[in-house]
Design a binder for this molecule. Structure first.
Ligand SMILES: *Cc1c(COP(=O)(O)O)cnc(C)c1O
Length: 424
């Protein structure tokens, strides 16, 4: 990083200034725990010669997570997408299931993969979570369930959704991929609905390389998922059910156990980063940094900036280009909404008409880098770039209009050093 700070527009890289970061700053760079602890576990695993199939690390991991969340069952799997497929099948969801469109594509794909129709629901523009008032309007005789997504770790309106599901005889479950270590009304997320699904992917708050888990208090559901994730094997040579391969490996569980030991350190780092962003950005007009509710536990894994073009003079996409030119690879989550991605775009070409809040939020949100790999100096510099660009919005706009399209996707795909998402 350069020692000086960026104040005049001429210092911005889009005007030919030096770029501020030699190495690209990624969103979702992994939070890593103790290397020694991880390698020690890998040695134990090799000594035991037990690599997968419900090994001791997987069982320890499941027990630790179940205890932390306070649910009877944690069923660990190879990733959250397979976990979503398995739990929706085990819950016997069919026909139509109501989901937000403002989510990672896996929420929708896990349903469509099984020929269940994801029916896209709009969000509350304040919380970015599924809007219960809109859910009710989408229920048809074919509807069997609702999947809420705790976007950015912000809990859905669990009470309203629970009431709708009860009254209309629907199954309610949650995609809690972002929400490990978060609470709703003081209760850990993972306890709500028929089941909740966590992701432990490398980009998430806490990772097991790849991994996911379903949390439930339902003994029958847990037993069914344990069969399903292991080809339906009830014992040696005894297949009693249709299944797939959703097992978590011992290496993943070893990483998960190691990450768990650093959970509070990750949380403190993220919290410090979030507060630094808040301090530096609070006086910049036209930006809203999404708040975390102080009465709850949060993992602070997502720094969500909403860019109001009419107030700050730059669109979200223009601001992204300015940052990109400095090697700050801010991302547009979830842009476009699932309803604008295939196959849904072709199936439901008019879906956007029912999703005004999703359309608006997905055009405004910019996700900034955080996590254990960046420091407070980096954050100060990122915020100075943003403030400088907005202070010189007209000049920046004009400059961007004359420069050839800065190929954001190209830059991302040519930086494979970190497990960033292809097209999140
Ligand atoms: C990351 C994510 C998933 C998928 O998780 P994987 O473990 O990568 O399969 C699903 N839903 C949401 C909301 C996510 O962010």
């Amino acid at each position: 990083m350069k020692q000086r700070v960026t104040h005049s527009s001429a210092e911005l890289a889009i005007f030919g200034g030096d770029l501020d970061f030699r190495e690209p700053l990624h969103v979702g760079r992994p939070n890593l725990g103790s290397r020694e602890a991880f390698l020690a576990r890998i040695n134990d695993m090799l000594d035991r010669d037990w690599l997968t199939n419900n090994g001791p690390f997987v069982r320890e991991f499941e027990q630790r997570i179940a205890d932390m969340v306070g649910v009877k069952h944690c069923v660990a799997m190879c990733n959250a997408t397979i976990a979503l497929e398995i739990v929706t099948r085990a819950l016997e969801l069919t026909g139509e299931v109501i989901v937000p469109s403002f989510t990672f594509i896996a929420t929708a794909h896990a349903l469509q993969w099984q020929q269940i129709t994801p029916v896209f629901c709009d969000i509350d523009p304040r919380t970015h979570t599924i809007d219960p008032a809109r859910v009710e309007e989408l229920i048809t005789p074919r509807t069997t369930g609702i999947i809420g997504v705790h976007t950015w770790g912000h809990p859905c309106d669990v009470e309203a959704l629970t009431e709708i599901a009860r009254r209309r005889g629907l199954t309610l479950m949650f995609d809690a991929a972002h929400a490990f270590g978060c609470t709703h009304q003081g209760q850990p997320i993972g306890r709500f609905g028929a089941a909740e699904v966590f992701s432990f992917h490398a980009t998430k708050f806490f990772n097991s390389l790849e991994g996911g888990a379903v949390m439930t208090n339902d003994d029958d559901l847990a037993a069914k998922m344990r069969l399903m994730k292991n080809f339906g094997f009830a014992g040696p040579d005894n297949v009693v059910y249709i299944g797939t391969n959703g097992k978590m490996t011992e290496v993943s569980a070893a990483m998960g156990l190691t990450s768990l030991e650093s959970l509070e350190a990750f949380r403190q780092t993220n919290r410090g980063n979030y507060e630094a962003y808040r301090r530096h950005l609070q006086s910049v007009a036209g930006l809203r940094l999404m708040e975390y509710d102080d009465r709850e536990s949060n993992n602070f894994q997502y720094i969500i900036l909403e860019v109001d073009e009419s107030a700050c003079g730059l669109s979200r996409d223009q601001l992204q280009k300015v940052l990109q030119a400095e090697n700050v690879l801010a991302r547009r989550y979830f842009h476009p909404g699932c309803h604008r991605m295939e196959p849904y775009r072709s199936y439901y070409p008019h879906a956007h008409l029912l999703l005004p809040a999703t359309e608006s939020v997905s055009s405004r949100v910019l996700v900034l880098p955080t996590g254990t790999s960046i420091g407070s100096d980096d954050i100060e510099t990122i915020c100075q770039i943003i403030a400088t660009a907005i202070a010189h919005a007209d000049a920046v706009k004009a400059q961007l209009a004359t420069t050839p399209e800065i190929a954001i996707e190209d830059a991302l795909s040519s930086a494979p050093a970190h497990p960033i998402r292809g097209e999140l």
